[in-house]
Write a protein that binds this ligand. Sequence first.
Ligand code: ATP
Ligand code: MG
Length: 201
Amino acid sequence: MEKKEKVIGIMGGTFDPIHNGHLLTAECAAYQYDLDEVIFVPSANPPHKVEKNITDAEDRYTMALLATMSNPKFRVSRMEMERKGLSYTIDTVREFKKLYPTAKIYFITGSDAILEIFTWKEPEELLKQAEFIAATRPGYCLSQLGQKLYDDYRDAIHPLEIPGLAISSTDIRQRIIEGRPIKYQLPETVEMYIKKHNLYR
Ligand code: ATP
Ligand code: MG
C-alpha cells in the first residue's frame, strides 16, 4: 500500500516566551488540517525585532521544548538557530522543503502575522512555496488584508477560527516586570523555567 504523504505544519515565532496562544493555535491547525506534525521553529534573529532586546535563543528553545513535551505531534527545530544572519521565513520554508521533498507544508501564523506578510522577505515567492494557515487572534481581523490581496492569494491563505486567547508574549513579559500573575497563560513548566532563570526581570 502506498504511504500517505506527510503533512507538516511549521510554526515560526520568537516565542519570548512561548504561551498557550501558540500551543492552542498549533493544536487547532493540526486537527483541522490533519497535520502529522507541527514543528515549532524559534527565530534566532527575527528581522522585525532587531532593535528589541530578545531573550537568548537557547532559553527560548528550551522553553519551547518544555511547552511541547506532552504533545506527540509537536517538535521543536533548531534550524533558524543554526543558520547565520537574520532569520527569514522564506529560507526556513526552502530548507524544510529540501528536508521533506514529498511533504505538504503549511506555515502556521496568527492573523496579526499574516497581515504583515508583505513586509517579509520575498512575500510572493513565500506564498508560492507554502500554504498559510492564519488563526484568528483577538484584536486582528483578516479582512484588513484587503479584498484584492485576499483574492490574489485566496488559495495560499487559509483562515482558521480558533477560540480566542488574548495572550501575548509582550503582555507576559510586562506582567513579570510588574509582578502581576502569568499563571494559566503558559504551561507551568515554562513558568517554572522563567522563575528559575530569573528571565524578564
Ligand atoms: P510578541 O508580543 O513578543 O510579538 P507574540 O505573543 O505575538 O509575541 P510571537 O512569537 O510573536 O508571539 O508569535 C508567533 C506566532 O504565533 C505568530 O504567527 C503569531 O501571530 C502567533 N500568535 C501568538 N499569539 C497568538 C494568540 N494569542 N492567538 C493566535 N496566534 C498567536
Ligand atoms: Mg508577535
